[in-house]
Design a protein around this ligand. Structure first.
Ligand code: SF4
Length: 316
């Protein structure tokens, strides 16, 4: 375990709605990401994983809890002190096109963070850094003079990665960063992220609904359901010895590479309940195939199943 670069402690993000209703998008979530580590936040759409990413990037204010980078709280910072720390955590979005200015050439898009954070001492140094980044993300050498619309979806994601790297961050939040890509392009971008992580010692918070992708590139996994982490552990713990029934159900839906090998599919009944009306006790009890009476009344606290493997379920 490396020293955590990111610590999220008891984080909640609630939205107060008309009629005295509260939407609990994130409801008391804690986790760490170590230096050079990938932690994947997984779960169905609406489970709160992207809200956590936005809270870390300070795109939404938190309701309670704290977020620390290298031991310093960032959820309470503003102005110049936030700006200084902001360089250290960057983001790659699902749709790079919407985050790339269509009127800017690629070289100017990539140069923007270098200029903003004053990371080059001269124009020659700036140009050298931009060329190196274009090369690092494996774009064609003439890419700098072209516009985003001239590139495919996968190449645009490479431009987004180059832009994120230009700030020389320690942590990158990848928010469904490969979800919109075709299978082969997805694999290329995942390989690129893995290579960059090793070469640059980056930490990644990989937010995804796609367990098949996560399985190939993560060190640890946090499984979210209705605003809470229900299970967290290493890749091996989550993929070979999952404990929580929700993790088991998600895992059972991942296709196996060998079509001749069959795996029992756990089908969940019903839809995910509304985060405005979270079920009592274990919030998963309305869909859990193993729910007991106790589950309807008592909320299970996360408990250690094995070293660094926590699950919030009453079952042994
Ligand atoms: Fe299912 Fe009960 Fe475990 Fe919740 S606590 S996951 S309802 S068995």
């Amino acid at each position: 375990m490396t020293a955590p670069i990111l610590e999220v402690r008891d984080l909640s993000k609630h939205y107060y709605l008309k009629g005295n209703n509260t939407l609990k998008a994130v409801d008391g979530v804690s986790f760490d990401v170590g230096a050079g580590e990938t932690l994947s936040l997984v779960g169905e759409s609406g489970c709160g994983k992207s809200t956590i990413g936005r809270a870390i990037l300070r795109l939404v204010p938190v309701t309670s809890g704290s977020i620390l980078i290298d031991g310093k709280r960032i959820d309470t910072l503003s102005g110049a002190r936030l700006r200084t720390l902001r360089r250290r955590f960057q983001v790659i979005f699902q749709d790079p096109f919407s985050s790339l200015n269509p009127r800017m050439r690629v070289r100017d898009i990539v140069a923007e963070p270098i200029r903003n954070f004053k990371l080059a001492r001269s124009s020659a140094e700036l140009n050298a850094q931009v060329s190196k980044l274009i090369d690092t993300v494996r774009l064609p050498s003439d890419a700098g003079g072209r516009f985003p619309h001239e590139f495919s979806g996968g190449q645009r994601q490479r431009i987004g990665i180059a832009k994120a790297l230009a700030a020389q961050p320690d942590l990158i939040v990848c928010d469904e960063a490969v979800s919109a890509l075709d299978v082969s392009v997805k694999a290329q971008i995942v390989n690129l992220l893995q290579d960059l992580q090793v070469d640059l010692g980056l930490s990644l918070l990989f937010i995804s609904h796609d367990l098949a992708v996560v399985e190939h590139m993560t060190h640890r996994v946090a499984v979210m359901y209705l605003g809470k982490i229900v299970e967290i552990g290493t890749r091996e713990q989550i993929f070979t010895k999952p404990h929580h029934p929700y993790t088991k159900a998600l895992r059972s839906a991942v296709p196996l590479p060998d079509p001749m090998v069959k795996r029992e599919r756990i089908t969940l009944k019903g839809d995910v309940p509304s985060p405005i009306n979270i079920p009592s006790g274990c919030r998963f009890h309305t869909r859990c195939p193993f729910a007991l009476d106790r589950c309807r009344k008592e909320e299970p606290a996360p408990r250690e199943i094995s070293a660094r493997h926590l699950s919030a379920c009453h079952l042994d």
